[in-house]
Write a protein that binds this ligand. Structure first.
Ligand SMILES: Cc1ncc(COP(=O)(O)O)c(C=O)c1O
Length: 404
């Protein structure tokens, strides 16, 4: 019998790691399937169904024949409504046109399109850290180098022009911004965002502003880069329907960029996936165009996230030794893992212990390049979130006290 030829990964993916957040969810699902009771606060996915009017719009579109290819960059009415929403925010130079919008199969694809088209070998890309795990990998897949810029934990891990300048070199080509942030829940204030955009403009850097959580903000609205930008030739705003409209499975995202960048990304997409699923584009069109119905649905979901955030924080704050950030948006809590006596905070060990002893799945901060921290998603039933926070506090104390 001849032995199988071993698989040798290509140079393109030699460094690639599996998405740590998806890995946690898969492990939780496998344990559930094996009969264990698991609370999964690992997934970054709203637990709501897509609003009924959006589902119905998709059914209607299918019945009307939305089953064929569309233009690579998406159907015109969807690109137009995205441009209209952008123009309602943007007052700087150059109106946003439908031709500046490229619709894709999820904001993840939009981010990847942008990385591949804007960055390449020899380029460095600043990644405010902690950051969503895929940024680092996407920059590497583009054969550029991600440069971690560690934010200040006392300021919600947000970065400042000073911190960015300290890590910038002549090879810096761009920066990945994400507000509200996954994993910290931090939201940049208008003046903080403006200062970063001004620095990027003065240095000629591209700014990739991932605004997928923009509508999920609590105490005050989260600003878009479009609200504060005065020029947009090097700005790429990334958004999608997944999080705000509970449409993760529909896979629709988009970019708003300069016409030249849009053209390049459309060409790239034409050779990879072509258009996003036609029926999903029609569903996204309903979500964006039927503003009153959408606002009702989104506001109800955001109110539920808000209540869960407050309930979870109230439980965590009963233990003053827990260092937890004060999240203003998205649906994540970010906290420092406990340190055993004489040891250091270890997010991996804390997550493993929680899963093992309490059946609670959360994501280690190592996934976001901050291994002392852990991320909790509260996009889950509120009673589960509350039960999980009590378990977390109990295990946290046990680690601190060296018991168990
Ligand atoms: C910061 C961030 N950007 C992008 C995405 C991807 O979203 P989509 O489902 O639109 O691809 C996620 C999903 O977890 C995310 O957390």
């Amino acid at each position: 019998m001849s032995s199988a030829t071993p698989f040798v990964p290509s140079q393109n993916i030699a460094q690639l790691r599996e998405s740590a957040t998806i890995a946690v969810s898969q492990k939780a699902k496998a344990l559930k399937a094996a009969g264990r009771t698991i609370i999964d606060l690992g997934a970054g996915e709203p637990d709501f169904d897509t609003p009924a009017f959006i589902r119905q719009a998709a059914v209607d579109a299918l019945e009307a024949g939305a089953t064929r290819y569309t233009a690579v960059d998406g159907i015109l009415p969807l690109r137009q409504v995205i441009a209209d929403h952008a123009n309602a925010r943007y007052t700087g130079a150059g109106r946003v046109l439908a031709t500046d919008v490229v619709v894709s199969t999820g904001s993840k694809q939009s981010l990847y399109n942008a990385c591949v088209c804007l960055f390449g070998p020899g380029d460095e890309v600043l990644v405010p850290t902690p950051a969503w795990t895929s940024y680092y990998e996407m920059v590497e897949l583009a054969r550029a180098t991600p440069v971690e810029v560690l934010g200040d934990p006392s300021n919600g891990f947000k970065v400042t022009p000073l911190l960015l300048e300290a890590r910038a070199t002549a090879r810096t080509k761009g920066i990945m911004l994400n507000s509200p942030s996954n994993p910290t829940g931090s939201v940049y204030a208008p003046e903080e965002l403006r200062a970063i955009l001004d620095l990027a403009t003065s240095r000629g850097w591209y700014v990739l502003s991932d605004e997928i959580y923009q509508r999920i903000a609590y105490d005050r609205p989260a600003v878009s880069a479009l609200d504060v930008a005065t020029v947009r030739d090097r700005l790429v705003v990334i958004n999608g329907v997944a999080k705000a409209y509970a449409m993760t499975g529909w896979r629709i995202g988009w970019t708003v960029s300069s016409p030249a960048v849009a053209k390049a990304m459309t060409a790239f997409q034409s050779h990879t996936t072509s258009n996003a699923a036609t029926v999903s584009q029609h569903a996204a069109l309903a979500a964006l165009a039927r503003v009153d119905e959408a606002d009702l649905a989104v506001n109800a979901m955001v109110a539920a996230f808000h209540a869960r955030r407050d309930a979870a924080l109230a439980i965590l704050r009963q233990e003053p030794r827990i260092e937890v950030l004060d999240p203003q948006g998205a649906f994540y809590l970010f906290l420092r893992a406990p340190a055993a006596p004489g040891g250091i905070s270890d997010g991996d060990a804390f997550c493993a212990r929680l899963l093992d002893e309490a059946g609670l799945a959360i994501v280690p901060g190592s996934a976001f390049r901050t291994p002392e921290w852990v991320r909790v998603s509260y996009a889950a039933d509120q009673s589960d979130v509350e039960r999980a926070m009590h378990m977390l506090v109990k295990t946290y104390r046990a680690v601190l006290e060296g018991t168990g």
